[in-house]
Design a protein. Structure first.
Length: 378
């Protein structure tokens, strides 16, 4: 197992809530704003959070099963496609694509982002980052293959990919990266693998793919890491809001900790030292060894992580000076894993000058024809 600081179960739960609060803060959704969400998501909780904040929420959704499932929330339903939104220009103050675009055909990303920018003054994209290690990529590829066989999509993109899409439609773009600072507890590994396997089994994924995931999960040195979360927002020049981030949640003192604090040996008062002799000066400080980086960000400061090289769409040239239920495809890290295990990149159908994707290119529309809707994710 990889060495390093590890969260306890309670610490990980607190950090998970903290990062979700930071994501919410970065969206800057206020009472009275007209907000458009792309779909309800897996549990509708972000739509509910916006409604609880007093926003006027509309959800664009084409799947009748999900529309019925979440109609109790009270959001306005807009039936249609995000690639051609049935709404006037600037009909909304904010549009939010929350964990939405990685589940749509990458060939439609530019069209969807353009439509969301047309109907809203501000557009936010929230996406999980791609895994960086070879084994993590392999697991993500297995899940993506299972989705492709159902005519669905599951492709994770690097931060710069989403930034380029937003820069094409909005003058100013901000970005935030939120990540866990320590290794999750073992419960996170077990829960995530079970969720992944159960979902793939329900979706009738090929047996060999399920068996390979089970083999990976049984390895004693397996370690699953939550992916970083990207929040990017685009708006007209000078109209980007400034988020105010939630302070870090402090643990509640327990009776055992209080008793330990009371029984601790008191620290003696400092005894004044005699004045040094005339002409004496302390020698320069010499560090014995480099100090390790802090395990977590200071209170009130969002944790940040440099986004790892991703996979998916072909790499775009960088601009000069450019800076949960757990999501599926989260990365596994194995100490000393062979880079030769890394699969070929994937993300879009073959294009001129780009090698074809193993197993063939996806040829499905991101939205199924009427009467042939995909099963709602559990």
């Amino acid at each position: 197992m990889m060495d390093g600081p590890r969260y306890s179960a309670d610490e990980f739960d607190r950090e998970s809530r903290y990062i979700e609060n930071l994501i919410w803060d970065a969206l800057v959704i206020d009472a009275g704003q007209r907000v458009l969400f792309c779909g309800f998501g897996e549990d509708g909780r972000w739509v509910k959070r916006a409604l609880d904040a007093g926003a006027d929420v509309t959800v664009i959704e084409h799947r009748e099963a999900l529309s019925r499932k979440f109609e109790h929330l009270g959001a306005t339903l807009l039936q249609g496609s995000t690639s051609l939104i049935p709404a006037k220009n600037d009909a909304f103050d904010v549009a939010v694509a929350f964990h939405y675009l990685h589940e749509t055909d990458p060939l439609f990303h530019a069209q969807i982002v353009s439509e969301l920018a047309r109907v809203s003054g501000r557009l936010s994209i929230v996406e999980p980052g791609p895994p960086a290690d070879a084994l993590g990529k392999r697991i993500a590829r297995l899940y993506s293959q299972a989705k492709r066989e159902l005519g669905q999509f599951e492709y994770y993109q690097p931060l710069e990919y989403w930034r380029k899409l937003l820069q094409a439609v909005k003058a100013d773009v901000s970005q935030h990266v939120f990540a866990f600072a320590k290794i999750p507890p073992l419960e996170y590994l077990r829960d995530t693998i079970e969720l992944l396997l159960d979902t793939m089994a329900v979706e009738d994924a090929p047996k060999e793919e399920l068996d390979e995931l089970r083999t990976i999960a049984r390895r004693s040195d397996s370690l699953i890491l939550p992916p970083p979360r990207f929040v990017l927002t685009g708006a007209a020049a000078g109209e980007l809001p400034q988020p105010i981030f939630t302070p870090r949640e402090e643990p509640t003192p327990t009776p055992a900790l209080a008793r330990a604090a009371q029984s601790a040996t008191p620290v003696p008062e400092t005894v004044p030292r005699p004045a040094p002799a005339p002409g004496w000066a302390p020698p320069p400080a010499m560090p014995l060894h480099p100090q390790p980086a802090p395990a977590a960000a200071p209170p009130g400061v969002p944790p940040a992580q440099v986004p790892a090289p991703g996979f998916g769409m072909p790499a775009m040239p960088a601009e000069p000076g450019a800076p949960a239920a757990p999501p599926f495809g989260t990365p596994f890290a194995i100490p000393g894993s062979d880079a030769a295990l890394a699969p070929p990149p994937f993300g879009v159908p073959p294009m001129p000058g780009i090698p074809p994707m193993p197993g063939g290119a996806p040829g499905w529309q991101w939205e199924p024809p009427e009467g042939n809707e995909p099963k709602p994710e559990s």
